[in-house]
Design a protein around this ligand. Sequence first.
Ligand SMILES: Nc1ncnc2c1ncn2[C@@H]1O[C@H](COP(=O)(O)OP(=O)(O)O)[C@@H](O)[C@H]1O
Ligand SMILES: [Mg+2]
Length: 417
Amino acid sequence: MEALKGNEVSFGLLFDTISHAVWVYDADTLNFLLVNNAAVRHYGYNCDEFLSLKISDIHVPNQIEEKRALLEALDPDNPSTGTWQHRTKDGRILEVEGTAHAFEFQGRLAVLEVSQDVTERKRLETELAQAQKLESVGQLAAGIAHEINTPIQYVGDNLRFLQEGYEAGSRALECYAELLRAAETGSITPELLSQVRQTLDECEVDYFGAELPKAVQQSLDGIDRVATIVRAMKEFAHPGYKKKVGADLNKAIANALIVSRNEIKYVADVETDLGELPLVMCHIGDLNQVFLNLLINSADAIREVLKDSDTKGLIRVSTRHIGNQVVISISDSGCGIPEGIRDRVFDPFFTTKPVGRGSGQGLAIARTAVVDKHGGSLRFERNEPQGTTFIISLPIEPAASPTLEKEEDEVIAGARI
Ligand SMILES: Nc1ncnc2c1ncn2[C@@H]1O[C@H](COP(=O)(O)OP(=O)(O)O)[C@@H](O)[C@H]1O
Ligand SMILES: [Mg+2]
């Protein structure tokens, strides 16, 4: 009996020193039966208040049904885990990861649940993902500036040419006006005619007449190009929405190709074969990052085989709609992935590139985005005679999972370009 009391004391001590909220509630009525100190601290209800509540009272309303379903299916031998949103007494929303065990407590079926507050971790993860994305835009910034500078330069040249053309045109018009005045007063002289002829020759009217429209067209094309690059960057760097939204992945790939053009164009030609795709429910910001990481890896791998030769390699990007999946492949004629490192390329910080060039994060980030966040797959194959193909498969509709997406349409806080 004494020993049992000792056990109870140790259990109580353990229960109350655990830093996560722990509670026991009735599996049928969902009434709280026991809560620990951490629950009181994190949720703001005192012990008595807690004991007058049900577990469903602290869940956000749109998750209660799912929670009930999960509890009904709870198997005593198999604890169930889920990510939930809880509401504290003062209305704050906590993101929690909960593990629920069914067991017998004081003669009835009850649930022991441990809830870990992961609000801060989730916020940091979101910030980190956004920071990584902006970092890659930052790394590409010099190339993008160059891409923008080229059209800006010829738009500038063309505007100067237009100015010259306008001045020549004005001079020619003045000349004609003088000729008209002379014609009206009947005072055209051979000297005047030859002077007009000479001025018109100097003004190169025919030349400007033929070239100016081309310069205007080229300038408009240049401005379109700049607008396309800026739009691609903006879409690329957009922090994204908390919930998945339907996105056009062909457009995302086109954007990634624009943003990385300066990294690729000196080492490889790009062939795209983009099939018709349905909108894919996804976090497009994460997938933008995946496409970019794979394209940059392909360019790096090709640069590795080209060394100083002045030929170019090839990057092929294709997209297909197959069943309820979208399959994207990015293939290169690069150095390939040696047998010995095939198992390690997805490891965080694994890189074969020199310091400053590779961070070893690209494929790790890509795998988290594709596999963990979208329930897709990411794998690679060897190309014959050389090179690598990375293949991404993504479900068009996300599979139902206990990890609920948030309903609000709110944009995750973060920098915007
Ligand atoms: N397309 C590719 N061709 C050859 N090797 C690749 C390719 N993609 C990735 N790798 C290999 O995988 C490693 C890890 O890639 P990644 O995670 O993107 O990091 P990083 O590019 O910074 O090295 C690379 O260093 C490289 O050895
Ligand atoms: Mg990389």
